[in-house]
Design a protein around this ligand. Sequence first.
Ligand code: FAD
Length: 357
Amino acid sequence: MNTKQKPHVVIIGAGFAGLETARGLANSPVHITLIDKNNHHLFQPLLYQVAIAGLLPSQIAQPVRTIFRKQKNLAFQMGEVTEINLNEKFVKMNGSVIAYDYLVIAAGARTNFFGFDTLEKHGLQLKDLETAVTTRNHLLSMFEQASHEADPEKRKAMLTFVIVGGGPTGVETAGALAELITHVMRKDYPRLNLNEAQVILLEAGPHLIAPYPDELRQATLRLLKDKKVDVRLNTKMQDFNGLRVTLGDGSVIESQTLIWTAGAKAAEIIDALPAEKASMGRVRIQATLSLPQFPEAFVIGDASFLNQWKWSTLAHAFDRGNPARSGGGEEYSSDDGREGAQGISLQRPRSARHGGT
Ligand SMILES: Cc1cc2nc3c(=O)[nH]c(=O)nc-3n(C[C@H](O)[C@H](O)[C@H](O)COP(=O)(O)OP(=O)(O)OC[C@H]3O[C@@H](n4cnc5c(N)ncnc54)[C@H](O)[C@@H]3O)c2cc1C
């Protein structure tokens, strides 16, 4: 294949959005370079299972090269994109310059600690394999340390697990951790009094999983209470210093574990992108998912923000049985990479200026 005659599409990120874009272009006359700082695609929704030692990391991560083994128009490069030059149409990765004709930025999101330095230092998070494994190791070490701690106060603090954020990730993690204690740790630590263990879920607002229908919120609350999770609504976390959690009303929870699931913001590479930003640092895109001044540059998935829902533009996605995932309305993170692929396919390919990688 002479890649120089075909438009070069560079996709940053092999998450859900990048992967779908690459797949959507499998039969298009383009040459694709897919870049990710990791060599695997990660199924983030199951990270909490890795954190509670229910799944192995390899069960939720698949090598990108394996996924695209049969896709002849795609080359994968592992590396971190450190610069995007929209005017000159190139990205920089591992010290090399990669020119593009079309760029798809699908770099996702990262944890937002909202400037809480101590929280960032001591808090645990679930965003990638590394943070999930760190969380798992920490949780297991708490049970281990508690098993030979004679001081009841210290032992109780080791067995008190605080999760902040009543969204889906916080709820899942709290429930799974409670089950781990009840079904696994009781058997593994027969001499440890696990009645001392407690899982506390803090939520600043009045509801768990706030965007969901009230019936589901109430059912979720009931299920967590059945599992003995101490759900505290309307409760703000003020600080965490690694030994105690301070709440908004000044009260303190003695605990060495805080799992932060209460915030996300666009990936770091987005920070320097000269584009208009919306909440959480996401890039404001047009209905075509491209940047207003750069029609050949698309931003999709968690890194993007679409504030005008244009049903007509996305109608093709529905025709193909592929409705966009989040509901309509004013805010929309363009989570589906197939829309990005469609955007590229719909534009007339221009001759490539550069020979790809
Ligand atoms: C714990 C957790 C649970 C979730 N549960 C659910 C759920 O149940 N249901 C649901 O619908 N959604 C869930 N989500 C959200 C869902 O995972 C995201 O919406 C989705 O992953 C976004 O896809 P994306 O492609 O935009 O970003 P991501 O999937 O995050 O992919 C971004 C990719 O870009 C790469 N990258 C970033 N920066 C660079 C760079 N500079 N250079 C190279 N590569 C880079 C990253 O390594 C990553 O592979 C969950 C998220 C988390 C964290």
